[in-house]
Design a protein around this ligand. Structure first.
Ligand code: GLN
Length: 544
């Protein structure tokens, strides 16, 4: 039976709980254990799919088509374990299922309450589908003391009791702030946060203390004394130079050893961390650098492109170079064309990422035109592929009105809404004006690549599977005209109906993909498209 690790946060948000969970998962794996990491989000949205990237950062899509919290991306990047729909749940989804059951009459006249109904649903979620692992790490979103997280903490309390001795460990992540005027680290917020958690019936076994300065022994002892944990289980967590240095850093501070100890398990062998040592080495001593411009819409908030940012870094790891990413607001190029050359000329590669809605589209099309004409490596992801098709249609295929129906009715729908497609669950059909939540073409779908294509050479195969999140698709009615204009359709859905990859054989590196390759890239297994894109950027850097 799986053992459970519950991870809560205290004092403030943004302490890197998700990263800590991911790093601990990687460390346990390196000790030979099988892990699964889950996230509970206390907000009332059913999933983050309909939330603005500015609110919530990126929406991470799983193979099985769930739209989830971006922390699942960290989990997957650090452990290589593919996340599933069952690894992320929100209070909204829990309440939705309870209310649906109540309406069906499943509760047989009982009063439906937070305890036991909501807490039971949370517990069922935490324990479902866990037979194949040794440890389940459950991260509770939010901060202890929030009203929303109360049912989740209560479920943790009950579950720890249900599971019995030695079957669960509670880790609390807190902040130990540095007061510059006094020149001191302060432990009081940690003490208060642990007291709050303990008052809810959950005593932490391990404390992870985020701090900007090394935690002196005296303060570690003080935290241990007041918070009722062994001194060794007070783990200092200083800011790391890179997120990929975090597993090694936590290991050096004894996190995995303390967790094993708290379970009462024998210490076992030292974890094999060679993979992380190599990654950190490549990041620390790159052999060069390239500058990649991402021309997008949500550039004010890096979390909006979390996986993309990481996949570009992985491309750098593969090629032993540092990747400097320039986040460029596509709207800069609209109206004022004089911005285009000075902004784009210094770049060694240009990427247009996924997006929704018309804002910034013209600026992206201008950037794509620049990349095509100046022979700068170009990668278009989802919206970036769709706009590459519109660019070719307008500027090379003689279709000046080319557009996407996403922007409103158009006489030349080069990109149009997908009304039907085949999924693992059978035929999917969509109507204009339908629900926006959870209705896109989501998750992993296979694609077949043309044998002689650049894409097939990069992947080293002609059959791939990649994750999708889109409602619109390049319209195959324009295929012939686009191909005549030099844009080859080299990847299609197996039934030949949906374009998945376009590329320009006359260009050094110009590829558009309808899916999101960034979601599957890992530091120890960089995605081939990103590895190849960065290699092309290196070649470009030698030309300019
Ligand atoms: N808005 C476009 C669509 O729905 C592109 C989506 C995306 O880039 N993820 O098809």
């Amino acid at each position: 039976m799986a053992r459970f690790i519950f991870i809560t946060g205290g004092v403030v948000s943004s302490l890197g709980k998700g990263l800590m969970a991911a790093a601990l998962g990687a460390l346990l794996q390196a000790r030979g254990y099988r892990v699964r990491i889950r996230k509970f989000d206390p907000y009332l949205n059913v999933d983050p799919g309909t939330m603005s990237p500015y609110q919530h950062g990126e929406v991470y899509v799983t193979d099985d088509g769930a739209e989830t919290d971006l922390d699942l991306g960290h989990y997957e990047r650090f452990t290589g374990v593919a996340s599933r729909r069952s690894d992320n749940v929100t209070a909204g989804r829990i309440y939705q299922s309870i209310i649906a059951r109540e309406r069906r009459g499943d509760y047989l006249g009982a009063t439906v309450q937070v305890i036991p109904h909501v807490t039971d649903a949370i517990k069922a979620f935490a324990t479902a589908d866990t037979d194949d692992v040794d440890f389940v790490l459950c991260e509770i979103g939010g901060t202890v003391g929030d009203i929303e997280s109360l049912p989740f903490i209560e479920a943790v309390r009950q579950l720890r009791n249900d599971l019995g001795r030695g079957m669960s460990v509670s880790i609390h992540v807190t902040l130990v702030p540095y007061i510059a005027a006094a020149g001191e680290l302060k432990t009081k917020p940690t003490q208060h946060s642990v007291r709050e958690l303990a008052s809810l019936g959950v005593q932490p076994d391990v404390l992870v203390c985020r701090c900007e300065h090394p935690l002196p022994e005296s303060e570690r002892r003080k935290i241990a004394l007041f918070c009722n944990v062994p001194k060794e289980a007070v783990i200092p967590a200083l800011d790391a130079p890179s997120i990929y240095a975090v597993p090694l850093q936590y290991h050096a501070e004894g996190l995995d050893a303390q967790v094993i100890h708290a379970f009462g398990l024998p210490p076992g062998r030292e974890p094999d961390l060679a993979r992380w040592v190599d990654i950190v080495d490549r990041l620390k001593s790159p052999e060069g650098s390239v500058t990649v411009g991402v021309v997008g819409k949500y550039v004010g908030l890096p979390d909006a492109y979390k996986s993309l940012n990481e996949a570009l870094i992985h491309g750098g790891i593969a090629n032993r170079v540092r990747v400097d990413i320039r986040w460029i607001d596509a709207e800069l190029f609209e109206g004022d064309a004089s911005e285009i050359v000075p902004r784009l000329e210094p770049l060694h590669a240009i990427l247009v990422p996924g997006a929704f809605g018309e804002r910034g589209a013209e600026g992206k099309i201008a950037a794509i035109r620049f990349a095509r004409e100046r022979r700068v490596p170009y990668l278009g992801i989802c919206f970036g592929m769709q706009m590459a098709c519109v660019e070719t249609a307008r500027n090379l295929a003689g279709i000046p009105a080319a557009s996407s129906t996403e922007f409103g009715p158009t006489s030349e729908p080069v990109v149009g809404m997908i009304h039907e497609w085949m999924s693992a669950e059978g035929l999917q059909q969509r109507e204009e004006g339908g629900d926006l939540g959870g209705t896109m073409r989501l998750g992993a779908y296979p694609a077949v690549l043309a044998g002689n294509s650049h894409a097939a050479a990069i992947y080293g195969t002609t059959e791939i599977s990649e994750r999708h999140r889109h409602r619109y698709e390049v319209n195959t009615a324009y295929r012939e005209r686009l191909e005549a204009a030099g844009l080859a359709f080299t990847g299609m859905s197996p039934d030949g109906r949906l374009p998945e990859i376009v590329e320009r054989p006359d260009h050094p590196w110009f590829i558009g993909v309808q899916f999101h390759p960034e979601l599957k890239s890992k530091p120890f297994a960089p995605h081939p498209l990103f590895a190849s894109f960065i290699a092309a950027a290196i070649r470009q850097s030698r030309l300019v």
